[in-house]
Design a protein around this ligand. Structure first.
Ligand code: WTA
Length: 648
């Protein structure tokens, strides 16, 4: 499939960082001699001790080890703040746009410095130092960025948990990384609704060993009343009054961990993805500059939440390392109206806008009116991330939102990759709606078949990356073996992404989605195993199997097959009860969309659930179920088809 081609427009080319031939030249240099390429680009950040070695990496089974700029020392907060003070102290670093359209503020680099130092001192006074883990469970307020940068300043490791996760999910993540300190807010505010963050933290801590969490720092957001435990909990504003706004940035080794971020895999509980300092920052800042064609003075807005990797790399670290003005949005696209995104773009004269296909699809449903009543004249580049963008949504983004003027960058990457790996570059890449196009500098995609044979030319297969890039995750926190097992054992010697893809004759990549048991719901990653284990914990449930199915707005929806214990009745009331159960257990993002009560699940004679069949039925496509003769009880399939919940 070649797809429709949208040639590079003059408007994108003018003043762009690279054109097509420069891209090809830089890409060739980056893969021919990664040491030389990254030695040069490693200098884009300040080093307190310069590095003398660049790449020291191995994907070899049993010996996977990833180190970049190993003997250099630096500090991420210094790079994101201090080094800009002389030249841009009075420039806005962060524009904060509140949930309520009447609330917004500008924070300069100088103010950011003072705020981050204060937060760092508050943490330091509570014993936080280099290598200590700090859990953040925060709304999208500037203090979330201050807290991240304060940890970085001290060499502490932050572990952010998305504010939509339940107390149970929060507890297991606090436990998983052994945080003694949690930073939260009284309540979050989204779409006019309050989110009980502090109450959730209290619930989470009750589930943990009594001596684990020593301190909870509570930022006042709504002013809502919350319970405060004496000796443990403190309001941030009160603690901040006690400290100065000067705090030195600690020089740490390039491979010192910057953060842990939990993400879902195909098996078991979420794993703590570890990113380190030097290579991560070099990669996040370089991709931010080139992929969005970031230019001095641009206002840049990424709509993600800091609870996800996109918020880490492309709201906070990449943009601030580049001295950009980054917009942080507390609200949602549909509040107070479905014009909100476009109104915010006009209000703050946003030049670069980065969002998820699910948001685009949901707004598309409301037609062009809410978009067209705004100007959007400031826009130059439009980005997409998190899931495959279907060509219809791509074209709407391009034609309606961007008025056919703007370059679209469909950026493919993962929590594990730290930054964008496959993407167009504005001014350099002719676009094809639905394709993430070509690899970024230093990235070596490889397509393999099921047996691991490397495919050449136009093909369809599993997407691997042959060699390391500086932003790559280094390990699973506390479990290096799981890291090797998860990413390097399927196709030994290669990093396996878990994604399927096509490569066309122009060498463009078309990501087709996960080939493992991970599903992508509204751009949020979920392991089907997590939802299953939540369902089977319900007293009426005997067995559950969860798969994804195509969903118009969410990309994928969650389809659960549930077998009840003998004597239980599967009705709508129980469906509701199970949805509530999972929401409470994991969080609202894991709510099943469809539940089918099934007397039996299709299993092989050895008892393995045949997920392929369940996926097909959930897709309402049961004409090609393939060979069902190996099933222990072929008849269960007829019942499943008969009672399927997704009917076109
Ligand atoms: C999917 C988000 C198609 C993919 C940064 C990947 C995409 C997973 C794209 C990672 C894209 C992300 N086109 N699919 N442009 N971007 N994905 O870890 O399946 O939350 O493996 O990172 O999202 O999700 P994660």
């Amino acid at each position: 499939m070649q797809g429709k081609v949208i040639e590079v427009k003059d408007a994108w080319r003018e003043g762009a960082h690279v054109d097509d031939s420069k891209y090809r030249e830089m890409y060739a240099a980056s893969v021919a001699d990664p040491n030389a390429f990254w030695a040069e680009h490693g200098k884009r950040i300040d080093w307190m001790t310069p590095f003398s070695t660049v790449k020291n990496t191995s994907f070899e089974p049993g010996k996977v080890s990833i180190k970049w700029f190993e003997d250099g020392k630096t500090n991420v907060a210094h790079n994101c703040i201090d080094r800009h003070l002389e030249t841009r102290g009075d420039q806005t670093a962060i524009i904060w746009e509140g949930d309520n359209p009447d609330e917004s503020k500008h924070i300069t680099y100088r103010e950011l410095h003072a705020q981050v130092c204060r937060m760092a001192n508050v943490l330091r006074n509570r014993g936080v130092g280099k290598g200590d883990r700090v859990t953040l469970y925060m709304p999208m307020i500037p203090e979330a960025a201050y807290a991240m940068l304060a940890c970085a300043r001290l060499g502490a490791i932050h572990a952010i948990v998305f504010g939509g996760f339940s107390p149970d999910s929060l507890a297991s993540r606090i436990q998983g990384c052994g945080s003694k300190l949690v930073i939260t807010a009284d309540e979050g505010l989204r779409g006019g609704r309050k989110v009980p963050l502090k109450a959730n933290v209290d619930e989470a801590i009750k589930r943990l060993d009594a001596d684990l969490v020593d301190h909870v720092i509570v930022v006042r957001r709504t002013g809502g009343s919350v319970s405060m435990e004496a000796g443990r909990d403190v309001y941030y504003d009160e603690a901040a009054e006690q400290v100065t706004d000067e705090c030195p940035a600690v020089a740490v080794e390039a491979e010192h961990p910057l953060f842990i971020l939990y993400t879902s895999g195909s098996t078991g509980q979420p794993k703590g993805v570890v990113h380190t300092t030097g290579g991560y920052l070099v990669y996040a800042s370089m991709t931010h500059e080139y992929v969005f064609d970031y230019r001095e003075g641009d206002v840049y807005w990424c709509t993600a939440d800091v609870g996800w990797v996109t918020g880490h790399s492309y709201i906070v670290y990449g943009p601030l390392a580049n001295g950009a003005t980054t917009l942080m949005f507390e609200g949602i696209p549909t509040y107070p109206s479905t014009s909100r995104f476009w109104e915010v773009i006009d209000k703050h004269k946003v030049n670069i806008f980065y969002t998820a296909p699910t948001a685009i699809r949901s707004l598309m449903g409301g037609g062009e009116g809410p978009v067209k009543k705004t100007s959007r004249a400031s826009l130059r580049v439009l980005g997409s991330v998190g899931e495959p963008i279907n060509p219809e949504a791509w074209e709407w983004y391009y034609n309606v939102v961007g008025d056919k003027r703007c370059s679209i960058v469909d950026t493919w990457w993962q929590t594990e990759t730290g930054g964008i790996l496959i993407t167009p570059l504005p001014g350099a890449t002719a676009l094809k709606p639905g394709s993430a196009t070509r690899p970024f500098f230093g990235v070596t995609p490889e397509m393999v078949d099921a047996e691991g044979k490397v495919l050449e030319g136009a093909c369809e297969g599993n997407l691997c990356i042959a060699d390391s890039w500086p932003g790559q995750m280094r390990t699973v926190y506390g479990d290096h073996e799981r890291f090797e097992q998860t990413y390097f054992s399927t196709y030994p010697g290669k990093y396996f992404t878990g994604d399927g893809a096509r490569r066309d004759a122009d060498g463009y990549y078309w990501i087709t989605g996960r080939v493992d048991d991970v599903i992508n719901v509204s751009g949020h990653r979920m392991g089907t195993a997590e939802v299953e284990s939540s369902l089977v914990a319900h007293p009426k449930v005997a067995e559950a199997a969860v798969v994804g199915y195509p969903h118009n707005v969410k990309g994928q929806g969650i389809y659960a097959y549930v077998t009840l214990n003998d004597g239980e009745e599967g009705d709508d009331a129980l469906r509701k009860e199970l949805v509530t159960w999972v929401r409470k257990d994991i969080g609202p993002i894991a709510s099943p969309d469809l539940i089918q009560f099934a007397p039996g699940l299709p299993k092989t004679r050895s008892g393995k659930i045949m997920r392929r069949i369940l996926r097909k039925i959930a897709e309402d496509d049961f004409s090609s179920l393939g060979d069902t003769s190996t099933l222990a009880e072929p008849a269960v399939v007829d019942d499943l088809i008969e009672n399927r919940q997704n009917r076109a």
